[in-house]
Design a protein around this ligand. Structure first.
Ligand code: ATP
Ligand code: MG
Length: 204
């Protein structure tokens, strides 16, 4: 008898801080693609953000935990923070494959901006063989996910998927900016994350 294949989503990011755009996207993808769960994986040192100031990993990890506790289908993994050096997705996917075994389909979830970058990622064709990609976008949003699919030819059409989500114009950059200016971030991040940010005095 063939074992049932599990379908697991992986939401990678800096989560500096996590916001409702991340959460709504992950939930929409989970529903649409029938995923059993979504694992949020905060990056320790994002390779593309090495020249930027990023908040301490433990704060970003804790905020991600606080933001996801109310969803029984959401989990958080410290896998990239437990590993020294920059976080390459390929290493993370190999590790998750080891943890979850062969009877699991892995889906890496990204926003439209992040999918446009994947041609520059480390060992991307090998990565596409290990996990499928789901790019969350909305009608008319550039960059065009179809162009990225075409770029990878057959591999792209088989392993990269697009989902139109009612995406919000929310980014962590915008939230950090609002906090610096003393503006409210109510309803943009979950209340527990908002409380944590003020308690720890982050993003001043
Ligand atoms: P920053 O502004 O610091 O880059 P960010 O809001 O883009 O932060 P990241 O942690 O960089 O957040 O993003 C993690 C993942 O979530 C990426 O794949 C990104 O495309 C996606 N994402 C971020 N914001 C949204 C949003 N509002 N809707 C859908 N996807 C999003
Ligand atoms: Mg980003």
């Amino acid at each position: 008898m063939k074992a049932v294949t599990r379908r697991i989503g992986i939401m990678g990011g800096t989560f500096d801080p996590i916001h409702v755009g991340h959460l709504m996207t992950a939930e929409a993808v989970r529903d649409e693609f029938g995923l059993d769960k979504v694992i949020f994986v905060p990056a320790a040192v994002p390779p593309h953000k090495m020249d930027q100031q990023v908040t301490e990993a433990r704060h970003r990890y804790l905020m991600t935990v606080l933001a996801t506790t109310s969803n029984p289908h959401f989990d958080v993994s410290s896998i990239e923070m437990d590993r020294p050096g920059p976080s390459y997705t390929i290493d993370t996917i190999y590790e998750l494959r080891r943890q979850y075994g062969e009877n699991t389909d892995l889906f890496f979830i990204t926003g439209a901006d992040a999918i446009a970058e994947i041609p520059t990622w480390d060992r991307i064709e090998e990565l596409l063989g290990l996990c499928q990609f789901i790019a969350a976008t909305r009608p008319g949003f550039l960059p065009n996910v179809d162009n990225i699919k075409e770029y990878f030819g057959e591999l792209g059409s088989a392993r990269i998927h697009r989902l139109e989500t009612p995406e919000l114009e929310i980014s962590s950059t915008n939230i950090r900016d609002r906090l610096k200016r003393g503006f409210s971030i109510k309803y943009i991040v979950p209340p527990a994350v908002e409380d944590y940010i003020y308690k720890e005095g982050l993003y001043k």
